[in-house]
Design a protein around this ligand. Structure first.
Ligand code: IVH
Length: 702
């Protein structure tokens, strides 16, 4: 039996109505499948198979010329048969000769858009409006879905077959992009479960981050301008004249709504059931959550905006909240072009575009010169940004950022803003910046060692280096000297009052007291802060010294094994390398640091000035039941601040880390644990719950 007749029968058996516009279509289809010669069908199937191999599997088994010959043969036979041509015949779809423009296509049911809320207050207003309209007593459940930053598409299925696809357009009519949509592997050409005879499935076409980055890298290789963001890349890829180009772009799709046919879905009375039904039909849907109080709504917004958003493999620009019950949706209805039962809670933009005014080189504490873009100020994720790092000369060249360029800037979490990519400039571009031959601060020659990306100022007493070094020394995770800010330190360096770290502990207080803005209270506080810093734990002191490659974690690992400065200073490379987490490079950096007479002298001077770092836990005879254990903490805890819990675990000998790997021994998961917990489960790492924490800690300390 020809396949299409089979499908028809299947739908009829399940009692779906055939009515209105569909009758004509259906009759044609039926007749076509009954009267056409098997050769046409066979040819269609054969071509469909080749399409699949070409577009979906990327593994064609015939040449383009052979494909074209088959297609022309089918075209001829279809013309000669005089029969109506099914919409999904290969002659009508992907293999068809590229069209030069997109035809207009009306949606059966208009595509609405969503009202936006930008604040907790606006969300509360939405919640109140829904409550008031449905009455205080009615229980209301909301469904929450990530708001994908892609483009909306309407897929029209007739008798379970994809017959057309159109962009949203003005909501009533969009552009017909059927041939291109057929190349998206997430979108089924046929629905095999019982479905209404006319069904409009709606959702978002998008490009994920990995695909986007790869596409832009390929474009850069080919000398083509990059896409500004994944949304533009998705739109550009969908609106290709030649579907073969679309097919190569790796677009994805998620379904979230139904237009025509919504009233005829089997046993669907809520948005959650609708999503589940779409999923059952073979459409990808995003994971959804449900909530019912305004507090829960606000909580979800905060959680998604602050943490979950950054872990998504594609761009989302907010959350969509929808009243779950379809009956309640009907009661609420729509105003102008958006439903009253849904709202888009938008996040602050995380990536924005602005222009580069200049690129300057900043000298870091180890003398490394970092290129920094001075930007036309712009708000990124709610914070004004006027500088963004370009990391190093290699990155600068790779991204090809030049003064005058329009650039995409990103700020994720509390990370320093960075230039993600340059979009070039419509006019004549400035020349590419070159690596500076002299330090912009002290004028000394720079060194660019072979095989290293970093360019350094060759002058060890460069004032910029000293300033940065001091800023690091006093910073919170190092010696934590409150009140010694960057500006005051810059002034002290500039006036040559401070020429080394040791000078911080012999400041000429009487002179400082004469400076503007430095009163008695400030001096008293500064003296206190300096005094308190003298007895910081050894690992912090070690970190504060700014030894190349020795960050806070490495410093802790080192002092756990070498609990005094003397022990550390006399350790050789082999001994250092035996410390967990210390490799040959770190070991060498530590040995080199202590081999340098100037550094040993500095430590001696600091000691003489009363700096007396406290021995690490082990030497004080502390009990270390968690020695060698790698622990990751995730989520929140009622009785512990995360930082305090981390400190506690470290004091018991554990090494804490922020990411879960196969080497992790234990994950402690509090409330709202997210991807780290999932990773732990995936990797089979042991997980402890918040409830188990207190008795466990007690048992350890017993
Ligand atoms: S529902 C009547 N759900 O946001 C409701 N829209 O600003 C129809 N969008 O045009 C839309 N993710 O392109 C819905 N999970 C989601 C969505 C979503 C992204 C887009 C969609 C819509 C626009 C409205």
């Amino acid at each position: 039996m020809p396949a299409q007749a089979g499908i028809h029968q299947y739908h009829s058996l399940h009692g779906f109505r055939l009515g209105g516009r569909n009758d004509g279509f259906h009759a044609h289809r039926l007749r076509a499948s009954v009267v056409t010669t098997p050769t046409i069908d066979a040819l269609r199937r054969q071509l469909a198979e080749h399409n699949h191999r070409y577009y979906i599997e990327n593994a064609p088994i015939i040449s383009d010329a052979e494909y074209d010959a088959l297609l022309r043969q089918l075209q001829r036979m279809e013309e000669e048969s005089g029969e109506p041509i099914p919409a999904d015949s290969p002659t009508q779809t992907v293999g068809a000769p590229p069209s030069t423009s997109f035809a207009a296509r009306a949606h059966q049911v208009p595509m609405l858009s969503l009202a936006n809320a930008f604040s907790d207050g606006e969300m509360a207003d939405f919640h109140r409006r829904v409550r008031d309209a449905l009455g205080e007593a009615a229980p209301i459940t909301f469904v929450v879905e990530p708001k994908i930053d892609g483009l909306a598409i309407n897929l029209r299925y007739e008798e379970g077959h994809l017959v057309s696809a159109a962009t949203r357009g003005d909501g009533a009519t969009g552009e017909d992009v059927t041939a291109n949509v057929r190349t998206i592997r997430d979108i089924p050409w046929r629905i095999d479960t019982p479905a209404p005879p006319l069904l409009e499935v709606r959702g978002e076409v998008l490009m994920d981050h990995a695909t986007f980055n790869q596409l832009n890298a390929e474009r850069a290789e080919a000398g083509e301008p990059p896409f500004a963001n994944p949304r533009n890349a998705a739109a550009g890829s969908l609106r290709q004249i030649d579907p073969r180009v679309t097919a190569k772009r790796g677009l994805r799709f998620f379904a979230y709504a139904v237009g025509a046919g919504a009233d005829d879905l089997p046993a669907v009375t809520s948005q959650q059931q609708l999503l589940a039904w779409l999923k059952g039909c073979g459409f990808p849907v995003q994971p959804w959550q449900q909530c019912d109080t305004i507090e829960a709504i606000q909580g979800l917004v905060a959680e998604w905006e602050q943490t979950k958003r950054a872990t998504m493999p594609y761009d989302i620009d907010g959350l969509v909240f929808k009243v779950d019950a379809l009956a309640q949706q009907r009661l609420l209805g729509a105003i102008s072009r958006s439903p009253r039962w849904a709202i888009a809670r938008k996040f602050a933009a995380e990536e924005v575009t602005t222009t580069v005014q200049w690129i300057h080189w900043q000298v870091g504490r180890t003398g490394v010169l970092t290129p920094v873009a001075d930007l036309t100020p712009v708000a990124v994720a709610g914070v004004m940004v006027s500088h963004a790092t370009l990391h190093n000369i290699d990155e600068l060249r790779r991204k090809d950022v030049r003064p005058g360029d329009t650039v995409v800037v990103r700020r994720a979490g509390d990370v320093i803003p960075e230039v993600v990519r340059s979009l070039g400039n419509s006019g004549q571009r400035a020349p590419q910046p070159v690596a500076p031959s002299h330090c912009p601060v002290c004028g000394a020659h720079t060194v660019h060692e072979a095989g290293e990306v970093a360019i350094r100022c060759g002058n060890a007493s460069c004032s910029a280096q000293l300033h940065q070094h001091l800023c690091h020394f006093v910073s919170r995770n190092a010696m934590d000297i409150d009140g010694l800010g960057s500006r005051l330190l810059a002034k002290l360096v500039e006036r040559r009052i401070v020429t080394s770290i040791a000078d911080l502990y012999r400041l000429p207080w009487q002179e400082l007291a004469r400076w503007e803005g430095i009163g008695d209270t400030r001096i008293r506080n500064l003296k206190q802060a300096l005094e308190a810093s003298k007895t910081r734990p050894l690992d912090r002191f070690l970190f504060a010294l700014g030894i190349h490659l020795v960050g806070a974690t490495t410093a802790r690992a080192l002092t756990a094994r070498f609990p005094s400065l003397e022990a550390l200073q006399s350790a050789n490379r082999g001994m250092l390398e035996r410390v967990d987490g210390v490799g040959p490079l770190v070991a060498q950096a530590v040995v080199e640091f202590f081999a340098e007479a100037a550094n040993r002298e500095l430590i001696a001077t600091l000691r003489a000035l009363g700096v007396n770092p406290q021995p690490a836990a082990e030497q004080s005879g502390h009990h270390l039941p968690l020695k060698g254990q790698r622990i990751v903490i995730t989520g929140s805890f009622d009785h512990w601040k995360r930082s305090a819990l981390e400190q506690k675990l470290r004091s018991l000998g554990a090494a804490t880390s922020s990411s879960v790997s196969k080497k992790t021994d234990l994950v402690i998961a509090g409330a709202k644990a997210g991807s780290k917990l999932a990773n732990a489960e995936r990797l089979g790492v042991k997980v402890m719950t918040a409830e188990e924490l207190a008795p466990w800690l007690e048992s350890l300390e017993a």
